[in-house]
Write a protein that binds this ligand. Structure first.
Ligand code: PXP
Length: 241
């Protein structure tokens, strides 16, 4: 059964739009876990446009399952992660002007800073995942990082969710090869109840990180109902699981 980590960044987006103290990402996290999410994901961006440092600190004490912190490999973020010790850090690329994460980490050009970040996080006992595009060349580079403590990788589903031809085949191949190489395989970006099925059906993908669609849906039907709808769509893709 594929599990779900709910990204609550955009609860904070709504809060930050007015500079008030509601809606509270902590409350959203509690409701998401109550509805069946196995964990909560947040992206602490360098510009702090949604999640704030205090949110991560507070979530650490509230999340019963896995707290997954997405972050860039900067010294500031590494120091933050080492202080607050999430269960998992997912390393992502970050460009200040981007609307959302634009692509996976390029392990071909960024291997050195990523390896340095992995070393520091793994030495502190924090599980590390890296967000990469479904590209077999990235997987080849991942092997070097595995020896340094990377436990898994998250496949960027962005281009699949935009309907790009050939993406689902690439995702299946990278998931199969990654799983066979002993990595834990996760996926996410742009997933909705409509497009999640083929991704949830990939046997090696054990966990999905889903945010924007879920929070948008929660505005209309509530957090618990939105998470349950997503879990039902995921389960329908693997009826015998
Ligand atoms: N995974 C990663 C690495 C991300 O950066 C994001 C966006 O913050 C997501 C998953 C979730 O994407 P979405 O909000 O489109 O569901």
């Amino acid at each position: 059964m594929t599990t779900l980590c709910v990204n609550v960044d955009h609860v904070a987006t709504i809060r930050q739009a007015r500079g008030v103290d509601y809606p509270d990402p902590l409350e959203a996290a509690k409701l998401a876990e109550r509805a069946g999410a196995v964990g909560i994901t947040v992206h602490l961006r360098q510009d702090r446009r949604h999640i704030q440092d205090r949110d991560v600190a507070a979530l650490r004490g509230v999340v019963a399952g896995k707290l997954n912190l997405e972050m860039a490999t900067s010294d500031e973020m590494l120091a933050f992660a080492l202080e607050h010790r999430p269960d998992q850090v997912t390393l992502v690329p970050e460009r200040p002007e981007e609307v959302t994460t634009e692509g996976g980490l390029d392990l071909l050009s960024q291997g050195r800073p990523v390896a340095a970040a992995v070393d520091r996080l793994a030495a502190a006992g924090i599980d590390v995942s890296v967000f990469v595009d479904p590209d077999p060349r990235q997987l080849e580079r991942l092997a070097a990082l595995t020896g340094r403590g990377v436990k898994g990788f998250e496949i960027n589903t962005d281009r699949y969710t935009r309907g790009e031809a050939g993406q689902i085949e690439l995702i299946r191949r990278v998931a199969a090869d990654g799983g066979a190489a002993g990595h834990r395989v996760y996926a996410g970006h742009g997933l909705t109840t409509t497009n999640v099925g083929p991704i949830a059906a990939v046997p090696e993908i054990e966990e999905l990180n889903i945010g924007h669609f879920l929070i948008g849906r929660a505005v209309l039907v509530g957090m618990v109902a939105a998470v349950r709808e997503m879990l039902a769509a995921m389960a329908a893709a693997r009826p015998t699981a």
